[in-house]
Design a protein around this ligand. Structure first.
Ligand code: NAP
Ligand code: ZN
Ligand code: ZN
Length: 354
């Protein structure tokens, strides 16, 4: 049997009990692997959906975490560009088929063979398994093709959330053309939403934040929103009718899509990145066909685009607004996340792992 690295972690053991200490095995680095001592890991709402098995199919024990930054401790003989003592990042994927058209064009997240190995709770052909384990742990071993370079200008803890919240919002903003002269709406000011506001602003779009939390308005403006709309206020919503090129919904619960599709201008797109447990209420066909509007979805971003996003953030001085927490605080952090009380991303300091 191959030698293995025993690694302390925090895991969920069922959908409802608090996370607690767990010990897992990492493989020894193979020729193309990078071994990373994890320093910080962001807390994504997807971690919580998975822990609670809201998307079904969670294998327990489950070690979440896919916003990983750390220091390289060992590299395989064929590794290029990552060296011991340097920094590396890992996002939502650790492998894919690498041969299909999607993978070959840098869109691994849309792998045509549905063969993505997600960073946690995923079948892992590299073992030791039974599933992949994420960043609520002190060490990870990942193939170099799925490791990201962290520009030195980025502050480490604030860079961690870029690996999911950053790329998940950057990719659709770029794909649907957020740029000067465009009006972009962001729905929800949580982890993804606050990155979306910063990135949309940096891309030069007129950026409008929709929130259910009026108390977040001042923060939204500071983060780069040109306007803030309290979405529960029908009058405020009506003022923006038929005016947006793009609206990005980062909401973690199901909500009324019609309220947003009617704010789209001709050929505008409502793009869903939030992934709630229950379906959204559909929009009326009349609202869609009369202005050739569309509703679309988007999933994280490929490795190449993730690197582009990290470089963009370094160039523009963009990091996440974070609250650094010890691993022991994770269950309270989840409770606060459920109350939309995240300002604006929890980041675990792995030095606190017992
Ligand atoms: P988060 O930090 O909890 O933020 C979600 C925000 O949505 C909240 O802060 C709140 O903003 C708003 N919200 C929550 N419940 C709401 C409700 N019932 N009605 C209206 N608004 C509500 O979560 P996150 O980490 O940003 O993740 C957001 C969603 O994206 C999750 O479902 C996650 O799984 C998903 N996700 C998808 C991808 C992808 O690739 N597509 C990647 C990562 C995450 P306000 O207080 O401003 O209203
Ligand atoms: Zn995530
Ligand atoms: Zn593929």
């Amino acid at each position: 049997m191959a030698p293995m690295n025993t690694t302390p972690a925090f895991a969920a053991f069922d959908p409802t009990s608090p996370l607690r200490a767990f010990s897992l095995e990492r493989r020894d680095p193979g020729p193309t692997d990078v071994e990373i001592d994890i320093l910080f890991c962001g807390v994504c709402h997807s971690d919580l959906h998975t822990v609670k098995s809201e998307w079904a199919g969670t294998t327990y024990p489950c070690v979440p975490g896919h916003e990983i930054v750390g220091r390289v401790t060992r590299v395989g003989a064929e590794v290029k560009g990552f060296t011991r003592g340097g920094l590396a990042g890992v996002g939502c994927m650790v492998d894919s088929c690498r041969t299909c058209p999607a993978c070959r064009s840098g869109l691994e997240q849309y792998c045509d063979n549905d063969a993505v190995t997600w960073t946690y709770n995923s079948q892992d052909r590299h073992g030791p398994g039974p599933v992949s384990y994420g960043g609520y742990s002190t060490r990870i071993v990942v193939d170099q093709s799925f490791c990201l370079h962290l520009p030195l200008k980025l502050e480490l803890a604030t860079a961690a959330p870029l690996l999911c919240a950053g790329i998940t919002t950057y990719s659709p903003l770029r794909h649907w053309g957020a740029a000067p002269g465009k009006k972009v709406g962001i729905v929800g000011l949580g982890g993804l939403g606050h990155m979306a506001v910063k990135l949309s602003h940096a891309l030069g779009a007129h950026t409008v934040l929709f929130t259910t939390s009026a108390a977040k308005a001042a923060d939204a403006t500071r983060l780069g929103a040109d306007e803030v709309v309290v979405s529960r206020d029908g009058n405020q919503m009506a003022k923006h009718a038929t005016s947006f090129d793009l609206i990005l919904s980062t909401v973690s619960a199901s909500h009324d899509l019609e309220a947003y599709t009617r704010l789209l201008g001709r050929e505008g797109a409502l793009v869903i990145v939030g992934a709630p447990q229950h379906p959204h209420t559909a929009s009326r066909f009349g609202t869609l066909i009369t202005k050739r509007r569309s509703i679309a979805g988007s999933l994280i971003g490929g490795i190449r685009e993730t690197q582009e996003m990290l470089d963009f953030c370094a160039e523009h001085g963009i990091g996440s607004d974070i609250e650094v927490i010890p691993i022991q605080y994770i269950n309270e952090a989840y409770q606060r996340m459920l109350k939309s009380d995240v300002r604006y991303r929890f980041v675990i300091d792995l030095a606190t792992m017992p």
